[in-house]
Design a protein around this ligand. Structure first.
Ligand code: HBI
Ligand code: FE
Length: 290
C-alpha cells in the first residue's frame, strides 16, 4: 500500500516499465468533458481570491479552459517551453520508484481518467482534474518546477536511506497541501487543495485547522491524513522559499528525524510559529462519528 492508502496501480499495470499510457484524448466522452467543465468552472470561481498569484499566472498562460479536458500534447508545448516539464499520462497511482524517476526527469505523471459526475467531491486516486488543474499551473513557476524535480531526485536517494516516508511528508505539506502568505492573507499553492472544492474553503475559512510556519525538520516528522481534510497546513513566507528546500541535502535531517518520535497531524507545538491556532472541532466531530 502506498501513502494514499491504496495499492499503486489499482487501475492496472499498463505493461511498460514507466507506467505511462497514451492519453487517448480522442476517446474522452462528452460526459467526461462535462465533468471537467463542472469542476473547472466551480473551482475557478472559488479560487478567485484564494489561489496564490503564481497559480493564477500559471493557469492564465496555459491552454486550459472549461470547454474540455486538455490535450496533453498541446499543453506540453507550452509547459516544456516555460519550465522544461511535461505531463505524461498514467492509469492512476504508480509505484514510488517510478514516480520519483518521472519527477527527477521533469515528467509529471497525471491520471488519464476523470472522475464520475456522481463522485465530484471524493476521489480515491488522482484523476486528470486533480493532476492537471491542481498541479500543472504551479509547474509553470520556475521555482516550483525546480523544487519538484529536486524532490524526485531526492526521492530516488531517499529510497536508499529508507527515508521515503519522511520525504513524502514534505511533498504532502507543500506540493499537495501547501499555503503561502500573500498580500494580507493566506493563499493556496498546493494542488491537492486547488483541485478540491471543500478543501479550498476549509483550509482558509474553517476555524478548525492550524496554520503553522513551514519548517523542514518539523514537517519531516509530522504525519498527515490521506482520508480527509488536513488538520494542519504549513505556510511559506513566499514561494521562492521552496528553492532553499531544493538545495538542502536531506540525508542528515533524515537521520535526526528518524531517531525522534513523529508528531500527529493535529499537534501544535510550543516551538511552532503559529499563524492561526485551530480549534480542531472538525476532526473531533468526525472521530466521534467513526
Ligand atoms: N506517490 N508513489 C507515488 N505514486 C504516485 O502516483 C503519486 C505519489 N504521490 C503523489 C501523487 N501520485 C499525486 O499527488 C499526483 O498528483 C502526482
Ligand atoms: Fe497530487
Amino acid at each position: 500500500m502506498d501513502k494514499h492508502g491504496l495499492a499503486a496501480g489499482m487501475a492496472g499495470h499498463p505493461g511498460n516499465p514507466d507506467w505511462t499510457i497514451d492519453q487517448g484524448w480522442e476517446h474522452y466522452t462528452p460526459e467526461d468533458h462535462a465533468v471537467w467543465r463542472t469542476l473547472f468552472e466551480r473551482q475557478c470561481r472559488l479560487l478567485k481570491d484564494r489561489a496564490c498569484d503564481e497559480f493564477v499566472a500559471g493557469m492564465e498562460a496555459l491552454p486550459m479552459g472549461p470547454e474540455q479536458i486538455p490535450d496533453f500534447r498541446r499543453m506540453n508545448e507550452v509547459l516544456m517551453r516555460r519550465t522544461g516539464w511535461q505531463v505524461v499520462a498514467v492509469p492512476g497511482l504508480v509505484p514510488d520508484e517510478v514516480f520519483f524517476n518521472h519527477l527527477a526527469h521533469r515528467r509529471f505523471p497525471a491520471g488519464q481518467f476523470i472522475r464520475r459526475a456522481s463522485q465530484l467531491d471524493y476521489l480515491e486516486e488522482p484523476d486528470v482534474f486533480h493532476d492537471v488543474f491542481g498541479h500543472v499551473p504551479m509547474l509553470m513557476n520556475p521555482v516550483m518546477a525546480d523544487f519538484i524535480q529536486a524532490y524526485g531526485a531526492g526521492g530516488l536517494r531517499a529510497q536508499g536511506l529508507g527515508a521515503l516516508e519522511q520525504l513524502a511528508r514534505v511533498y504532502w505539506y507543500t506540493v499537495e497541501f501547501g499555503l503561502v502568505e500573500q498580500g494580507s492573507g493566506l493563499r493556496i499553492y498546493g494542488g491537492g487543495i486547488a483541485s478540491s472544492y471543500g478543501e479550498s474553503l476549509f483550509c482558509l475559512d474553517d476555524p478548525s485547522p492550524h496554520r503553522i510556519r513551514f519548517e523542514l525538520p518539523r514537517v519531516l516528522r509530522t504525519r498527515y491524513r490521506i482520508d480527509d481534510f488536513q488538520e494542519s497546513y504549513f505556510v511559506l513566507r513566499r514561494i521562492d522559499d521552496l528553492l532553499a528546500l531544493a538545495d538542502i541535502d536531506f540525508a542528515p535531517l533524515y537521520q535526526q528525524a528518524a531517531q525522534l518520535p513523529t508528531w500527529l497531524p493535529g499537534d501544535c507545538l510550543p516551538q511552532d510559529e503559529v499563524l492561526v491556532r485551530g480549534t480542531g472541532a472538525y476532526h473531533r466531530a468526525r472521530r466521534a462519528v467513526l
